[in-house]
Design a protein around this ligand. Structure first.
Ligand code: PLP
Length: 390
């Protein structure tokens, strides 16, 4: 864990050293405005994930811990990376504009509603630090993705956790009931990580319309591309309607860019300028990544193909679990949660010994496993190892 935090600080300080001479004074002011973060150690699933990532053995038969897409990036994205190399000595402001205008045109919003970053994580962090400063609270589901609330707590904020419904969905009514004068932000992960459940779209839209009059709502749509019709589920229309909400997206999942690092938020322009005090946002993007993202954005054939392969692997996993007598939560994303019949850590360790990386969770006092959906050969490796343990 210490490594994780140290690595983060190291990245920040070396970026400062490397960029020191070239930093515009505006950037220096932004960095000076960053709050002092309380670095108390916090053991969360998010930090555990970082730790596992850092130590993941190379050469695993199946890398099923991080909800990555092994079918990406697309051939067009790879070609764009290679083509971008000759001019990679140049800064890329026009290309960043080109990418954000492509996103804005597709979503029917203005370019000043879009904030890009090297992955969406930095934007989750910025929102946590801004909206929870001064001891404000973040309200989340329990269990949900804990990156944003972890940063909130590190920044001195408080974290209010609201149990999921019986069918493992975010309980919007219970979340709304927790709002008080000290609420800084509500974090809604839809589809939710790690349960892979979605909330009813109309209900979420109405929730955001109401609640955003009292507090900021952050809707994390990292996995929305795995739904049959993301356009009908997204909360972009609520941003367009001028509401006080932030919608985040990432290229790390269906686009297969987890290592390339590209994500963005869509929000009101004043929200974006407030968050720009906490992050260098698009200044951290590389020319290779931006070129790849321009080539890959809404590349329908590739996305459909990656989705079809993911769903085939997911069906295979469902069949494997059923065959071995296990239940699972039906998934709306590229991962599946199922309850274990043994200690979670022991299970993960035994699977790892067999070359299969998966994650474990404690939820409602039960041990659960989260399996990311990989290539079919990876799912077969999972099935083979699982049979030996079930
Ligand atoms: C729900 C959710 N949001 C955000 C992220 C962060 O993604 P990235 O920083 O790669 O864009 C993840 C990563 O797994 C995630 O699961």
């Amino acid at each position: 864990m210490a490594n994780t935090l140290n690595r983060r600080n190291w990245i920040k300080s070396s970026a400062l050293m490397a960029g020191g001479l070239a930093l515009a004074s505006g950037t220096i002011n932004k960095l000076a405005a960053m709050p002092v973060v309380n670095k108390s150690r916090l053991i969360t699933n998010f930090e555990a994930e970082r730790e596992i990532m850092a130590n993941a053995a190379p050469g695993l038969k199946a890398r099923l811990f991080f909800n990555e897409n092994p079918f990406g990036p697309s051939p067009a994205a790879k070609k764009a990376i290679i083509d971008s190399l000759d001019l990679s000595y140049q800064y890329i402001f026009p290309q960043i504009r080109q990418l954000s205008s492509k996103i804005a045109a597709y979503e029917g919003i203005q370019q000043n509603n879009v904030m890009l970053s090297a992955g969406s994580s930095a934007l989750l962090e910025a929102a946590a630090l801004h909206y929870c400063k001064g001891g404000k609270t973040v309200i989340t589901g329990e269990t949900s993705y804990d990156d944003l609330p972890s940063h909130a707590v590190r920044g001195g904020g408080k974290w209010v956790k609201v149990p999921l419904t019986k069918d493992y969905k975010l309980d919007l009514d219970a979340i709304e009931a927790k709002i008080d004068d000290n609420t800084g932000i509500i974090y809604i992960c839809n589809p939710n990580n790690p349960t892979a459940t979605v909330v009813d779209t109309d209900k979420l839209k109405a929730f955001c319309e109401r609640v955003s009059k009292k507090t900021m709502v952050f809707v994390d749509e990292a996995y929305i591309d795995y739904l049959p019709d993301p356009k009908s589920t997204t909360l972009m229309a609520n941003v367009k309607a001028g509401q006080n909400i932030i919608v985040s997206r990432t290229f790390s999942k269906l686009y297969g860019f987890a290592g390339l690092r590209c994500g963005y938020i869509v929000a009101q322009p004043e929200t974006i300028s407030a968050l720009s005090l906490y992050t260098n946002a698009d200044a951290n993007l590389s020319s290779a990544t931006v070129a790849a993202a321009i080539a890959a954005y809404q590349e329908t054939d590739f996305l459909k193909d990656a989705l079809a392969k993911t769903l085939a692997s997911r069906d295979f996993l469902y069949a494997t679990l059923k065959k071995e007598g296990y239940d699972y939560i039906p998934s709306s994303a590229n991962f599946v949660m199922f309850p274990l019949k043994m200690d979670g850590q022991k299970f993960v360790g035994e699977m790892m010994k067999r070359g299969v990386g998966v994650r474990n969770w404690k939820m409602n006092g039960t041990d659960w496993c989260r399996v990311s959906i990989g290539r079919m050969d990876e799912m077969e490796a999972f099935a083979e190892a699982f049979k030996q343990l079930s």
